[in-house]
Design a protein around this ligand. Structure first.
Ligand code: URA
Length: 200
């Protein structure tokens, strides 16, 4: 199957993902699942936490306030958003923008694993501690797990099956909305990402 077909199948499964308690809320609130968006042959995959209200009403990841910051950061390193793939671990919106629960992460993570297998990125960028913890635990980096304050902007090498994939944990863009210092850190970390893709 092609990448497009594989992703379409995944999207179809997600649309009918009745096993998830968030599915019931999605349908009741006339919201949409947020699968992910971007190039299926992207070298970089960005992984956030879960969709917010705007994302769940449009079906598009990072299209609200956090998305505007992500767009600004991508523009700061001249990286067009269409060239990357953007997704989340949890694909349905947890009510009232609460943090995703351990159970929700467990339930939705297999979709994320499949997306990584389909796209086969060279670099995985996690946004926030939930996706950082998940990816580090899942892909052989459990010994390097620490706080996001310590790990942000470091380049790790994850084992995804037989492939070695660079992994860079970053702060979640939302954390920088009212914190200028975090915004500066994010900008510096994006330069590290840029070096990572141009320095090959
Ligand atoms: N925050 C996330 O983690 N993901 C989105 O898609 C939007 C906001």
């Amino acid at each position: 199957m092609s990448r497009t077909e594989d992703m379409r199948k995944l999207a179809e499964e997600l649309l009918h993902f009745k096993k998830s308690p968030l599915y019931v809320e999605r349908v009741a609130n006339k919201m949409l699942p947020v699968i992910g968006e971007g190039s299926l042959s992207a070298q970089i995959v960005f992984i956030g936490e879960a969709p917010g209200k705007k994302e769940a009403s449009t079906g598009k990841p990072f299209c609200g306030a956090s998305g505007r910051i992500l767009d600004e950061l991508l523009a700061s390193i001249d990286l067009p958003r269409e060239r990357v793939y953007v997704t989340n671990i949890v694909k349905d919106r947890p009510t009232d923008n609460r943090d995703p629960s351990v159970e929700e992460i467990e339930l939705y993570a297999p979709f994320l694993d499949r997306q990584i297998d389909i796209i086969k990125p060279k670099v995985i960028v996690t946004l926030g501690r939930f996706s950082m913890d998940y990816i580090m635990n899942r892909y052989g980096l459990e010994d390097s797990i620490s706080t996001i304050g310590k790990n942000h902007g470091k380049v790790f090498v994850a084992k995804v099956g037989k492939r070695k994939v660079k992994m860079i944990p970053l702060y979640h863009p939302a954390a920088s909305i009212y914190n200028q210092k975090l915004k500066e850190d994010l900008k510096k970390d994006f330069l590290i990402l840029k070096n990572c893709i141009t320095g090959e």
